[in-house]
Design a protein around this ligand. Structure first.
Ligand code: ADP
Ligand code: ASP
Ligand code: MG
Length: 813
């Protein structure tokens, strides 16, 4: 005999029920079948709400009753020919009348007992089983239905009744021995006391009904038909990368379900495990998918089989010097909890025996506090122990696997991943069988934690990186283009899945947890919300995604001010914006320290020399023990472009304008021409070399006349360039007459820095610097005779974007 259970979604509509019939008709060998069904999806919740509304004196329960009626009437009309409808409708009405009477009574007395609630909840399954049986009959199968309340006997713990297996097994066996029909449809979830009062087996209990029947008749197989293709490596609603587990042991399935894998109700496994009956979890809506087979031991080699999480957890901690070495404290704690029927989900005890911590469901915490404090009232009064400490808003994440005990380092990997991503672990429990390691964390972190753990144990080597980009102008749009081009290379070659999860320009912002489609970001971005930096930050933090990186492609001082907020949340910052690193030394230092403290990266290679490895080279020298004596550099691609093109006969104003039009200068070219930009760069290099320096400490030998520098607008500035054409021609002539060229040079030596226009002779390495190139000479203890030279294109959106790209990859690795 085979037992098949179909869940709420599987019988949730006429179409679904037809699919169930198809599964039963096709591919099933002749034989006897017990078919256990849930209520139509969502009906049990509605029934509960009817009871609750009625007991609260709210007559809205009547409209909920109507919704329940409509849902079932629609199913009848869609499932059956008119001729068959009237008998079914009258059966339905009879049941719904009884339900309404029950609710009216509850409304009158204003009280909902657990006994009444069980009666109310039973209607869902009692109705759906008739539909399925009738539909099977319609299709020519020899089918009937049987009320499980006549078979499954329980105690009177309403809502969570315990099964009397001796009586139940006897009833089921003798019923099926005599059963003639091939297909017997039974309502899941419901049972009754020996006195005939309706009970239920706990939410999700239809799985359990099916397992009880399977064990009683010694079935060959128990099928659990649901709406996913098996038990998955994680809850698919939380972890989109979750995949079905083809084979799993009873023990593993039991652990996973106990720790929140809702796909199977936890008590289900025990009866079938005792009889070694295989359980096959299948997808009603994708019957060809393999699903999950739960059976004796598996030969899998991975240490972790699946992960799961339980939300709404509270931690109770009993603590005090009076507990040490005195037996009986934990016994009294658990007895007190058990008296209140409070289910303990997790236990940890410190080895000093100074405290014991248990995890329970949040909605039981007040009762727990009251009962435990009462139990230990004397000890609390005598100050031997503290009143029970209760913490809420927590959840448990658990990794499960039979093979964990044979693999070293599983917990190290688990806690390392969580720690690196700023997930604070509040308590840890590891079962002595080592089939499960669980961690209690803040509820805000649960999704992130599950995804991180999943990535660590199942998705290696693919690592997901989530980018939140600010600025989609010249550099930003190039970066987006490069990211799009490189996506598949990064996945295949580096195991990196880089997604843009946030994008903002000065006008709009766009966030998408699942990644913004890069092919049409230009169309999407203007449709996003109006940009508000604080909102953008708040949403980034609320999304709380793993491996998050904030990418600043702006030149905005406001954006530079918010890096702190990201780093403090473990979000890395990659920036081409020089403002943060060249503002107060204190802020620069704080950002570097925050990055270290919260294990995030703070990378700004593109602050100097665009994509050239200027800062990384310097960092590598210093990290390997070298010491910087001096730095001499041409660091402004813009100024270099200007002075390379400002040759005899050229007009200085036109050259500057061309540089701006080509995108080689800041929107206000004075930032470049005044040397401010170069000052920022040499300041950053000085700081990275270890100097504690401010902008004010740098000497700037200006070549721009004050009138140009102080012009009220950019347009006025250009006019002033014309006015002072003679000054610029003079500078050029002076150098050329000595066979020299003009270069804007930055210098740092022994704690002192300066910038200024310089005439360089043909033998100097700067003389032949072309176009917009940059050059940096590092003279260090190791590179004493000949400086180490970094040289190449040092400006332009393309190379800057690729420098940012490289930093992003660095954060990920
Ligand atoms: P049914 O009504 O068929 O009993 P349930 O809703 O009770 O279905 O259980 C199936 C649901 O369990 C899935 O839709 C899925 O969202 C959820 N779920 C949680 N954890 C897991 C997991 N590890 N594997 C599969 N499904 C899971
Ligand atoms: N209908 C019940 C519930 O929703 C039992 C089940 O579906 O398994 O909890
Ligand atoms: Mg279920």
């Amino acid at each position: 005999m085979q037992v098949l259970k179909f869940g709420g979604t599987s019988v949730g509509s006429a179409k679904a029920i037809e699919q169930v019939c198809l599964i039963l008709k096709e591919n099933k060998p002749a034989g006897k079948y017990a078919i256990v069904v849930s209520a139509m999806g969502g009906i049990t919740d509605k029934l509960i709400s009817c009871g609750q509304l009625a007991s609260a004196g709210n007559d809205q329960y009547k409209s909920v009753l109507e919704e329940i009626e409509t849902r079932h009437l629609t199913a009848i009309r869609e499932l059956f020919p008119i001729t068959a409808q009237s008998s079914l409708i009258s059966q339905l009405k009879k049941k719904l009348n009884a339900l309404e009477n029950l609710c009216d009574g509850i409304f009158q007395i204003g009280e909902l007992s657990r006994r009444s609630l069980d009666k109310i909840m039973s209607f869902g399954e009692l109705i759906s089983c008739v539909f399925v049986a009738e539909k099977l009959k319609q299709q020519g199968l020899n089918a009937t239905w049987k009320d499980s309340r006549e078979l499954i006997v329980t105690d009177n713990n309403f809502g969570h009744a315990a099964v009397n297996f001796a009586a139940t097994n006897h009833n089921i066996k003798s019923f099926f021995e005599q059963q003639q029909a091939d297909y017997t449809v039974l309502p899941g979830f419901v049972a009754s006391t020996p006195e005939g009062e309706t009970t239920t087996l706990g939410r999700g209990g239809s799985d359990y009904t099916a397992a009880i029947i399977a064990a009683a008749v010694n079935a060959d197989l128990l099928d659990i038909w649901t709406d996913v293709s098996g038990m998955m490596t994680a809850d698919p609603r939380m972890v989109s990368q979750a995949i079905p587990i083809a084979h799993i042991s009873y023990e593993e399935a039991m652990e996973l379900s106990h720790f929140g894998a809702k796909v199977i109700y936890p008590p289900t496994i025990q009866p079938v495990m005792d009889k070694r009956i295989p359980v096959w979890i299948k997808n009603t809506f994708a019957p060809n998918d393999y699903g999950t087979l739960i059976h004796d031991g598996t030969d899998r080699n991975f240490p972790v089989t699946g992960i799961s999480g339980i939300q709404h957890i509270a931690l109770l901690t009993l603590e005090g010097s009076g507990m040490v070495g005195i037996p009986g404290f934990s016994k009294r704690l658990f007895e007190a909890l058990s008296r209140e029927r409070i289910n303990v989900i997790l236990i940890t005890q410190s080895s000093s025996e100074h405290s014991i911590t248990v995890g329970i469901h949040e909605n039981e915490m007040l009762a727990a506090k009251a009962t435990v404090d009462e139990e230990f009232a004397t000890e609390i009064h005598e100050k031997k122990i503290e009143p029970l400490l209760v913490e809420k808003d927590l959840c448990i994440v658990a990794v499960v696997g039979d093979k964990m005990k044979n693999h070293h380092g599983t917990s190290g990997k688990l806690f390392g991943t969580l720690g690196r991503n700023g997930v604070n672990v509040r308590a840890i429990a590891q079962g002595s069988t080592e089939k499960n390691i669980s961690a209690v964390i803040n509820k805000a972190d649960v999704k992130k934690a599950l995804n991180l753990i999943h990535e660590t144990f199942f998705e290696q080597p693919l690592k997901q990186v989530n980018l939140f980009i600010a600025g989609a102008g010249n550099v930003g749009s190039k970066l987006l283009e490069q990211l799009q081009q490189q996506q598949s290379f990064l996945q295949n070659e580096l195991g990196l899945q880089i997604r843009v999860t946030g994008l903002a320009n000065s006008k709009n912002m766009l966030l998408s947890e699942y990644g913004i489609k890069l092919s049409d970001w230009r169309e999407q971005l203007p449709q996003g919300d109006t940009n508000d930096l604080q909102q953008y930050i708040a949403q980034i933090k609320a999304l709380n995604l793993r491996n998050s990186v904030f990418v600043d492609n702006t030149a905005s001082a406001d954006v530079a001010k918010v890096y702190r907020e990201f780093l403090q949340h473990g979000i890395s910052v990659v920036t081409c914006n020089k403002i943060a690193c060249s503002s107060d030394f204190q802020y620069y230092k704080e950002l570097k320290e925050l990055a270290r403290k919260y294990d995030a990266s703070f990378l700004f290679e593109t602050n100097v020399g665009a994509g050239l490895p200027v800062i990384n080279t310097l960092n590598d020298l210093i990290r390997s023990g070298d010491r910087v004596h001096s730095i001499e550099a041409v660091l402004s691609g813009s100024l270099n472009f200007v002075f390379n093109n400002f040759v005899n006969g050229a007009d200085f104003r036109k050259v500057v304008k061309a540089a701006q039009d080509e995108g080689y200068t800041e929107p206000d070219p004075r930032i470049d021409l005044s040397g401010t930009d170069v000052m920022r760069k040499i300041l950053i290099l000085a700081r990275e070399s270890g100097a504690k320096m401010e902008m004010g400490d740098i000497t700037n030998n200006l070549f721009l006349p004050d009138a140009c520098l102080n012009a009220p607008s950019v347009a006025d500035f250009y006019e002033q360039l014309d006015v002072h054409a003679g000054h610029f021609n003079g500078l050029l002539h002076d150098a050329a007459s000595q066979g020299k060229r003009l270069k804007f040079v930055a210098r740092y030596e022994e704690g002192k820095a300066s910038v200024g226009l310089q005439q360089v002779a043909p033998e100097h390495p700067f003389y032949n610097l072309e176009g917009k190139d940059n050059i940096v000479l590092y003279t260090t203890s190791r590179y004493k005779e000949q400086p180490l030279i970094v040289k190449g294109a040092g400006a332009g959106a393309d190379v800057t974007a690729s420098g940012i790209f490289a930093d992003i990859i660095r954060t990920a690795r």
